[in-house]
Write a protein that binds this ligand. Structure first.
Ligand code: PBG
Ligand code: ZN
Length: 329
């Protein structure tokens, strides 16, 4: 390898054009997915305190956000639902007229080219706020599987291109795949939250989704933040069960996991830049402690550089707009 003074790495950093020529990682709006929170009614828009610019909205309002995203070139949306009624088994999750199902039908009709992803989990729909049904105070894995499958089929019936189980029950990808196929939805893809860590960074989301567990926490099913080998194992298991895309979540503090899941599986890998990651950047920017736009782009570029093919992020529209305005970073 040539050394200084023959080799001067700074030569290729001198101008923006030179830097663009040798840039290794590119961010494109089509790789970004925007999370949206659907609730019933019309003309409803409830802002989320810890997530500036993010709201729970009725389908008509949600369509406006989705249209803005589509115009900016954003690749897709992932939908979460806040149902009118919650019960012990989360039965609103498979209500054909639930907020997510209604939003999916409206999106399919109005903006068919925007990819429609439906998050599949019970925590927004259960009165206790856990991601599965409870038995003796514990989340019962096997009793939860058919309920998740039922919800996934209801979302596919309503027009989801992709269903995205985020519950972390064992065996749910296989159960969902079989149920989709049986219902004739052989082309509905599965994006599994394969390596979802028990994280403090979900705090703002739980306000947005009204899904805070009433007792205990999610450590009995979400992963221990310390475990990297287990994360790869989880991703492999989900692929064997039929996952088309595997996701790592959160993103920023888990970039090593993104890299190894991509390297070990070769499958499309998604990363979820979660609510707390978004809130941290927003809060610091509001205080003038950093440049919010640049911190946003740097965080997203880092996630891509680690190996993520697509990124779920609350910054999707802002980042896409910035990219379209010609800023590479
Ligand atoms: C739960 C779910 C969570 C998120 C998406 N689906 C978090 C949780 O375990 O409470 C988090 C997303 C975010 O923080 O942005 N199924
Ligand atoms: Zn959940």
């Amino acid at each position: 390898m040539p050394q200084y003074p023959q080799y001067r790495p700074r030569r290729l950093r001198r101008t923006a054009a030179l830097r663009a020529l040798v840039r290794e990682t590119h961010l494109h709006p089509s790789q970004l997915v925007l999370p949206l929170f659907a609730r019933s009614g019309s003309g409803v828009r409830r802002d989320i305190a810890a997530m500036p610019g993010v709201a729970q909205s009725s389908v008509d309002e949600l369509l406006r956000d989705a249209e803005r995203a589509a115009r900016a070139g954003v690749g897709g949306v992932i939908l979460f639902g806040i149902p009118d009624v919650k019960d012990a088994s989360g039965s609103s999750a498979w209500d054909a007229h639930g907020p997510v199902q209604s939003a999916l039908r409206a999106l399919a009709r109005e903006i068919p080219d925007l990819v429609r992803i439906a998050d599949v989990c019970l925590c927004e729909y259960t009165d206790h706020g856990h991601c599965g049904v409870l038995r003796d105070g514990h989340v019962d894995n096997d009793a939860t599987l058919p309920l998740l499958a039922r919800s996934a089929v209801a979302f596919a019936d309503a027009g989801a291109d992709i269903v995205a189980p985020s519950d972390m029950m064992d065996g749910r990808v296989r159960t969902i795949r079989e149920a989709l196929d049986t219902a004739g939805h052989v082309d509905t893809a599965i994006l599994s939250y394969a390596a979802k860590f028990a994280s403090a960074l979900y705090g703002p989301f739980r306000e947005a989704a009204e899904s805070t567990p009433q007792s205990g926490d999610r450590r009995g099913y979400q992963m221990d933040s310390a475990n990297a080998a287990e994360a790869v194992r989880e991703a492999r298991l989900d692929i064997e069960e039929g996952a088309d895309i595997v996701m790592v979540k959160p993103a920023g503090p888990y970039l090593d996991i993104v890299t190894s899941v991509k390297r070990d599986t070769g499958h499309p890998v998604a990363a979820y830049q979660v609510s707390g990651e978004f809130a941290m950047i927003k809060a610091a920017a509001e205080r003038g402690w950093l440049d919010g736009d640049r911190a946003m782009m740097e965080s997203l570029l880092g996630i891509r550089r680690a190996g993520a093919d697509l990124i779920v992020t609350y910054f999707a529209v802002d980042a896409a707009t910035r990219l379209r305005d010609g800023h590479a970073e």
